[in-house]
Design a protein around this ligand. Structure first.
Ligand code: GDP
Ligand code: MG
Length: 181
């Protein structure tokens, strides 16, 4: 598998957003197909890869799961954005502060991707907690959709607790359109 991987086209995807929103769990779900039993706070950057076949073409999906800590970011951040194919901006639907924090991430992306438009996705994670009574304060889908529109992003709500295939069903057209721009 590893020699096969090295010959494939690589798609580098950055996963960014505030600490605790579920970036590591989502990355794990995408690459390993499961919710991790336990995760530790990410230090610096972790990356995971997965071989995929899309329309008969074998590709390598490379997910860069980054940590939010300032002291790690400053020196590494330009490196993250080199040759990126897409950026996932992740927030937690039950944590408005993580949504409000997105502006800073969008700005960081803008500063580090001068000259080219990277396809961008807005990901509202922990959608499984949407109707839990204990979480009364949530980010509305309407608010998120407006944000996505303003920043030319495709918006998804996800739960790393559940298989993603079903959650992304029927949205392929929008994603393809984003990559064609
Ligand atoms: P990160 O700091 O953004 O990498 O966040 P983690 O992936 O480490 O997750 C932070 C916490 O949120 C952990 O306790 C996870 O178990 C939990 N978590 C992550 N994704 C989900 C999700 O989709 N649903 C629920 N209910 N919990 C989640
Ligand atoms: Mg993490």
């Amino acid at each position: 598998v590893s020699s096969l991987l090295s010959r494939c086209r690589t798609f580098k995807v950055l996963v960014i957003g505030d600490s605790g929103v579920g970036k590591t769990c989502l990355t794990h779900r995408l690459c390993a197909g499961e919710f991790p039993r336990r995760t530790e706070a990410t230090i610096g950057v972790d990356f995971r890869e997965r071989a995929l076949e899309i329309d008969g073409e074998k590709i390598k999906l490379q997910l860069w799961d980054t940590a939010g800590q300032e002291r790690f970011r400053k020196s590494l951040v330009q490196h993250y954005y080199r040759n990126v194919h897409a950026v996932l901006f992740v927030y937690d639907v039950t944590c408005p502060a993580s949504f409000n924090g997105l502006g800073a991430w969008v700005e960081e992306c803008r500063q580090n991707s001068l000259g080219h438009e990277i396809p961008r996705f807005l990901i509202g994670n922990k959608s499984d907690l949407r109707n839990a009574s204990s979480t009364s304060c949530q980010v509305s889908q309407e608010l998120a959709m407006n944000f996505a529109k303003t920043h030319a992003m495709v918006f998804f709500e996800t739960s790393a607790k559940n298989p993603l295939k079903k959650q992304l069903n029927g949205r392929r057209g929008e994603v393809e359109e984003m990559f064609q721009q």
